[in-house]
Write a protein that binds this ligand. Structure first.
Ligand code: GLP
Length: 262
């Protein structure tokens, strides 16, 4: 597990966006797995800014989002589809037909999950899977549980997760759907390269457990330890609990100097 620590969120987003642009230059038909949440917003806006300057081209790329709320249509303002449109897709030149988000309004959620798995396979699998992390260690909507599910599936959301998604529903946690569809752990781990972003001090505790703890279904992100090409991209606040004692086996712990952050 490679751990890279940046001075702040801004330099983190700029660096990661530049890496994605390079990956797209090397492989224009790159297949990207994408998260929602507050964490990737700067990255998405940076990619939009780079696109406006002709520095990144998504014309042949394909994207697959990790998850979507169940029971709301793609046009609902609280949907992850709407979030992605606002923060990324409207800012770049990706063709609409190569944007993939689970349909939360599907009449047969099980069939929708199977369709999604097939679509990922038909696209050749995910080249770069970008992830955020919930404060309880969830990735996508794979919540801590006694058992995790491998494939894309229907999931019941924890109260804490509904609370942290309340902003999308006018601040009302009760308005957040109780269920969602999510890529499963195996779907995520099949990504050829995984990049997890975490920022802010609220993530420091679970990041420390992801890096140094045991692999447990109680902390779904701990399963990333099993992947051969995973990088945790952190700001200093999220890295606070591991900075004092750099993780065993970490390939790099890089502190970017703040003077590069503009
Ligand atoms: C949601 C998403 C996750 C995301 C998490 C973290 O629950 N389903 O994919 O990683 O939020 O959100 P934030 O970045 O706002 O902390």
């Amino acid at each position: 597990m490679q751990v890279t620590v940046f001075h702040d969120e801004r330099i983190l987003a700029r660096t990661l966006a530049a890496h994605i642009a390079s990956a797209l230059t090397a492989k224009p038909d790159l297949v990207l797995g994408l998260p929602t949440g507050r964490t990737p917003i700067r990255l998405y806006h940076q990619l939009g800014a780079m696109h406006a300057k002709g520095q990144v081209d998504f014309s042949r790329a394909t994207t697959f989002n990790l998850d979507e709320f169940l029971g709301i249509p793609p046009g609902h303002p609280g949907s992850y589809r709407a979030f992605m449109q606002e923060h990324l897709f409207s800012r770049i030149n990706i063709p609409a037909e190569r944007i993939n988000v689970l349909n939360g309004a599907a009449t047969d959620p099980r069939a929708e999950c199977a369709r999604y798995e097939s679509a990922i396979a038909a696209a050749g699998g995910i080249d770069v899977q970008i992830l955020g992390i919930g404060t309880n260690g969830h990735i996508g909507f794979n919540e801590p549980a006694r058992e995790l599910v491998g494939a894309t599936h229907r999931v019941e959301l924890k109260t804490s997760t509904r609370r942290s998604n309340a902003a999308l529903f006018g601040g009302d946690a009760n308005a957040v759907p109780r269920e969602a569809l999510s890529m499963g752990m195996a779907t995520i781990l099949k990504g050829r390269r995984i990049v997890m972003i975490a920022t802010g001090k609220s993530k420091a505790g679970c990041i420390e457990r992801v890096v140094n703890g045991s692999i447990t279904t109680k902390l779904p992100a701990s399963f990333l330890q099993l992947h051969r090409d995973v990088e945790l991209v952190l700001d200093e606040a999220a890295a606070a609990a591991i900075s004092a004692a750099p993780p065993a086996g970490a390939k790099a712990l890089i502190h970017e100097d703040s003077k590069h952050s503009n």
